[in-house]
Design a protein around this ligand. Structure first.
Ligand code: DC
Length: 226
């Protein structure tokens, strides 16, 4: 069976990673969460104090980037993100780092560096990559492109439930505001704004169960590799 590249893009908190992971395990493919890579940069920038002010010190951020080694490691709890060999999975999953990631991901040189790293990761194909610009910029020739969405309210509720389960609850209205803010920033930034590639299949999962979503995705995948 031929190996392909699967590009999964879409809005924040619509379950992209869950579906990308489940497809990767179905296909026996590598999974790359590119949002985690932007979050890792955001974490490092936050720790270095570069995001404390409205204006980011771009020179300092540019100097910081080459010192960052972002990778993934498999743990009994699943795939975790590492930053300079430290497991930063739980540190990068906070709302604060999510917003910081949205800020750093709008900076062209940050995107250039991460995009080339992502292209290198997918060169051998057999990969499922999720993010915002995978089908449009990172792998415009990906054999299967999926654009995932759900209503902001459904996404906010899912994020709210996740935060609750993790023991870091936030009021629903704050979570919804964060979802809407991120949508706005992700779709309105100058570089690689989030948009559906013309050849991407649209998957609105507002009213789908995980199982329905997985089987739909698997059928699209099967049709491409056969
Ligand atoms: O998917 P996520 O919430 O973990 O992504 C974090 C931020 O990174 C989000 O604001 C969008 C940005 N991002 C991006 O600009 N390009 C990608 N390929 C992946 C994420």
């Amino acid at each position: 069976m031929k190996k392909i590249v699967v590009a999964i893009d879409g809005h924040s908190s619509c379950g992209k990673s869950t579906m990308a992971k489940s497809l990767a395990s179905y296909a026996g493919y590598k999974y790359v969460d590119t949002g985690a890579m932007y979050r890792a940069v955001a974490l490092a920038a936050t720790k270095a104090g570069l995001l404390d002010t409205q204006e980011i010190d771009l020179q300092k951020l540019e100097n910081l980037l080459p010192t960052l080694n972002i990778d993934f490691t498999v743990t009994p709890q699943g795939q975790h993100t590492t930053l300079n060999a430290e497991d930063v999975e739980s540190q990068i999953r906070t709302l604060q780092i999510g917003s910081a990631a949205s800020r750093v991901s709008a900076i062209p040189f940050v995107r250039e560096q991460l995009v080339s790293l992502q292209q290198a990761m997918g060169r051998a194909k057999g990969i499922v990559m999720d993010g915002r610009d995978i089908g449009t910029v990172v792998f415009p020739d990906a054999e299967l492109k999926v654009f995932v969405t759900a209503t902001p309210e459904v996404r906010a509720q899912r994020r709210y439930d996740e935060l609750q389960a993790k023991g870091t609850p936030m009021p629903y209205d704050d979570v919804l505001r964060d979802v809407l803010d991120r949508d706005y920033r992700d779709t309105h930034r100058d570089v690689s704004p989030l948009r559906q590639a013309s050849d991407a299949l649209l998957l609105d999962n507002s009213n789908l169960t995980r199982e329905q979503q997985s089987s739909l995705l698997q059928s699209w995948f099967d049709a491409k590799v056969k």
